[in-house]
Design a protein around this ligand. Structure first.
Ligand SMILES: Cc1ncc(COP(=O)(O)O)c(C=O)c1O
Length: 400
């Protein structure tokens, strides 16, 4: 593997993004009283000195937070940080990734309209599209996002293109620059779930994407202590979300969680290269292991969508051979705890089989052909040799 911590070599995208993020996240102008950390504005409302201040604020002649379902200074600090990282004009924080996804999509599509979504998108986004959208008379066409012809065929007449590159179970890539160009030619708004790559490994706005979504519960927070979401984009697009859905649906981010996210963000450029390196080491060893049939990791893809990635996160999956007893393998692991989220400090394992059995009819994985022999690893910050020893002993115990 390349000596450079990004694995992509100095002077390439990865190192530029990381270097840029490092100073951006470590350096702040002092906060009130010279504090190096922002205060948590744990308040529901903000008062005005007099009638004129209130009237001017409501009329937009003056900017001051009014009520924390709208603006809150700690949350605004987090939003400004994400906007800067993504190279966006603005960002909006939400109480969860799903609050960000639903408020964003619903701001741009309405009854009688249609969106095009990548198949195998995150499960609850699929649930939103499958359960709520039919009741609102919004149609969703699912496409194999790795096939630009399939996307091109589905685009005409759509209002929004919903991407997630890579997808979070099979790690299929989309050529976001190409697909965005196709959508732009037809005036279609584009969005991407960038939770996996984060802005230190992929900057979708620089490839023309309009709206970048995150489950901030994952790498942005990075410590498995917060559920939160954020969307970044142009001032006009974020303005539309503010106007249409943000304060009316009410899924705002709490000041304390924004503060935790700001704390987590500071180490993003340190954590991601570690996740990447350990993930690649384990992926390589799994690939060579006799009880593994294939490894789903973007490093092994030759899809053009790889060109926008400046690095790899530590979440990937693999398919085991028939002679592996999957429940026994999962139960034998000590350092990979069994759990669904990812992006935190701790290693986790998800057997697709358990999840496929749980939600029949509402599982894009079942519908779009994820093998039940697929297992997903979130590679955390532990010593990679301890992780590998754990995996090796679990395979031994699980051999049928
Ligand atoms: C790829 C992806 N996008 C979005 C979400 C939703 O985020 P949240 O759980 O913060 O609502 C998740 C959550 O697991 C996810 O994995």
């Amino acid at each position: 593997m390349n000596e450079h911590p990004t694995g992509f070599g100095p002077g390439t995208f990865g190192s530029d993004y990381l270097a840029e993020a490092a100073t951006l996240l470590a350096h702040d102008d002092p906060f009130p009283g010279g504090a190096v950390v922002p205060p948590i504005y744990q308040t529901s409302l903000f008062t005005f000195a007099n009638y004129a201040e209130m009237a001017d604020t409501f009329a937009g002649r003056r900017r001051q937070p009014i009520y924390s379902r709208g603006d809150n200074p700690t949350v605004m600090e987090f939003e400004a940080r994400v906007a800067a990282l993504e190279g966006a004009e603005a960002a909006r924080g939400f109480s969860s990734g799903m609050a960000a996804i639903s408020a964003t999509v619903l701001a741009f599509v309405g009854a009688g309209e249609r969106i095009v979504a990548v198949r195998n998108c995150y499960g609850d986004a699929y649930r939103l599209f499958e359960r709520l959208f039919p009741r609102l008379n919004i149609k969703v066409d699912y496409v194999d996002g790795s096939d630009p012809d399939a996307v091109a065929a589905a685009l005409p007449g759509a209002k929004l293109l919903y991407l997630e590159s890579p997808t979070s179970m099979l790690f299929e890539l989309q050529d976001i620059a190409h697909l965005t160009r196709l959508a732009k030619e037809q005036g279609i708004v584009t969005s991407i779930d960038n939770s996996w790559a984060t802005p230190v490994f992929q900057k979708p706005i620089s490839h023309g994407v309009d709206l970048v979504l995150h489950s901030a519960s994952k790498y942005l927070g990075g410590h498995s202590d917060t559920v939160a979401g954020v969307v970044a984009g142009s001032a006009a697009h974020i303005g539309r979300i503010n106007e249409q859905t943000y304060s009316s649906l009410g899924g705002k981010l709490s000041p304390f969680e924004a503060w935790l996210l700001l704390r987590g963000l500071r180490t993003l450029p340190l954590r991601l290269p570690h996740h990447m390196k350990s993930g690649l080491i384990l992926a390589e060893r799994l690939k060579a292991h006799g009880q593994v049939e294939r490894v789903n990791h973007p490093a092994y893809s030759n899809h053009p969508g790889k060109a926008t990635l400046a690095g790899y996160a530590g979440l990937f999956s693999f398919e085991v051979t028939e002679d592996v007893d999957i429940p026994a393998f999962v139960d034998a692991l000590k350092f990979f705890r069994i759990g669904v989220s990812w992006g935190g400090h701790e290693s986790l394992v998800v057997p697709a089989k358990a999840s496929l059995e749980q939600t029949p009819g509402l599982n894009s994985m079942a519908r779009f052909g994820v093998s039940p022999r697929t297992i997903r690893f979130n590679v955390g910050l532990e010593n990679v040799e301890d992780l590998w020893a754990d995996i090796a002993q679990a395979f031994d115990k699980a051999k049928k």
